[in-house]
Design a protein around this ligand. Structure first.
Ligand SMILES: [Zn+2]
Length: 480
């Protein structure tokens, strides 16, 4: 993270997000005095950097020309803000201790004049995490702010900021960075560090950065240390991030989906994990590929696909869930493994296609409607032991599934297949003393189960299967 910190933007023109740059320029050119800003957007987009720049714009004393907007970055005010030791600039992290002490302190001292600066600036990070009490205190201050105070509230979850607060702020949205903006931010670092690179390499890195300036800086740093003294090229980036390998693996994964070869799919996940593949990136590539298949189906682009529209839809749902899950999974390969297993269980057509003898007359389920698929699936369910129970004994999580739990999974499955897939990777014994304990193999699974709608489905399903009143407890499997 050296590059990201070292090359934080220090003035408005250095902010890489074009909309933010324009917004702030307009505000400060208009000379309207604004008491409160609300900076919203995902992590890694430079909200805190922009907040510090605003603090400097307001307090800089070193400008030669009165009409300059930009801070000089040389005067005492600017330097101390950059170094984080300006007594009039307070940074509060709403996430730690939920701001209780800090907001109380703020309330006590807000009316005191600034120490040296023209205005006191309060930067409150993750403002949505404040307690109700802290929010109320903050609201009071925002209703009648002293002239010498400016608030910059930052949040990754703007919907959690009460409307009473948001409506008193000038809002600036930090949207995910475009590839051009990411390239611009990397170019700033590249030119100052004297790194030799071609534009293609930067674009390739931008594509890997998921719209985040922080990620882009991190990837650039990794590539620079990987390249040694060589010029950065697209090939070098591909080599480091195994992009050719990933493209090949995407092909293989679609072959897995087509042939319904769960074992091969799990092995592929294992191999990718060993290679240190970023699963989020890999799943994104799978979804990109799926999109191409969809366009082929729709006749928008030319090509052939063996997948029906229904299958594309199912895969899209499974992969989207896996993508979300991969952001938080403790073991990054698990969400994709789940998708593979779930697909293997549900996909009838692929099942048929994988049996060479039946190839002569392949039924076309896509044209005979969803019911054909449903009936076919039900038959398969009766024939097969749930793959999940096999999976449990193979998986590193281990554990057992009681008959009751297997019944419960099947009950849940009739309502929500994906959630049933989650349950399959967990274990549970029988109901004892009106209590069912489910042991989740990862934090991701535990949280998934504990989601309100899933818990409700689980409780309803238990009610159907058991006459007695059963309470459900979810535990995280202890790692040895
Ligand atoms: Zn200055």
């Amino acid at each position: 993270m050296v590059f990201y910190r070292k090359y934080r933007p220090q003035k408005i023109s250095e902010l890489d997000n074009e909309v933010v740059r324009e917004n702030l320029t307009t505000i400060f050119s208009s000379k309207n005095s604004i008491h409160a800003f609300l900076f919203t957007g995902p992590k890694g987009l430079g909200k805190t950097s922009a907040a510090r720049i605003v603090a400097k714009v307001i307090n800089c004393t070193g400008r030669k020309n009165k009409n300059d907007l930009e801070p000089c970055n040389k005067c005492e005010q600017c330097v101390s803000i950059t170094n984080g030791n300006n007594l009039d600039i307070t940074e509060i992290d709403g996430a730690s201790n939920r701001g209780i002490d800090e907001i109380r302190d703020l309330k006590e001292k807000i009316n005191l004049a600034p120490f040296k600066a023209q205005k006191k600036v309060y930067i409150i990070d993750e403002v949505h995490m404040l307690t109700t009490e802290a929010f109320n205190a903050l609201l009071k201050t925002l209703e009648e702010p002293p002239n010498h105070a400016v608030f910059i509230l930052c949040t990754t979850e703007s919907q959690k900021v009460p409307a009473t607060i948001a409506s008193r702020c000038f809002r600036v949205n930090f949207t995910k960075a475009t590839n051009e903006e990411l390239v611009r931010s990397m170019q700033r670092i590249v030119s100052k560090e004297g790194i030799r690179t071609d534009k293609e390499a930067l674009l390739q890195m931008a594509a890997l950065s998921d719209g985040s300036f922080r990620d882009a800086a991190k990837i650039l740093e990794e590539i620079v240390s990987y390249a040694g003294k060589k010029t950065l090229t697209k090939d070098l980036v591909s080599e480091k991030y195994n992009i050719v390998g990933i493209e090949k693996s995407v092909e293989e994964m679609f072959d897995v989906f087509y042939k319904n070869d769960i074992k091969k799919g799990i092995n592929l996940c294992h191999m990718l994990e060993k290679q240190g593949t970023d699963f989020k990136f890999f799943i994104e590539k799978l979804i990109d590929r799926l999109h191409v298949l969809l366009l082929i189906k729709a006749g928008v682009i030319e090509g052939e696909t063996q997948f029906s529209l229904n299958q594309i839809r199912q895969l899209f749902e499974l992969l989207s869930t896996a993508y979300q899950g991969s952001k938080f999974a403790v073991l990054p390969q698990i969400p994709l493994e789940l998708a593979v297993i779930e697909w293997g269980e549900n996909d009838v057509e692929a099942e048929r296609n994988s049996q060479p003898q039946t190839n002569a007359q392949q039924p076309d389920y896509s044209s005979s409607g969803p019911h054909a698929l449903l009936n076919g699936k039900r038959q398969l369910d009766d024939e097969k032991t749930p793959i999940g129970s096999k999976q449990i004994s193979n998986s590193p999580s281990g554990g057992n599934a009681s008959d009751f739990f297997i019944k419960l999974i099947n009950e849940v499955k009739s309502q929500n297949k994906l959630f049933a897939g989650v349950l399959r990777s967990c274990s549970a014994g029988d109901v004892k003393n009106g209590r069912l304990v489910i042991t989740a193999s990862s934090k991701f699974h535990k949280e998934k189960i504990e989601e309100e709608k899933n818990m409700k489905l689980l409780e309803d399903s238990v009610k159907k299967l058991s006459a007695e009143k059963v309470s459900i407890e979810v535990r995280l499997k202890e790692v040895n």
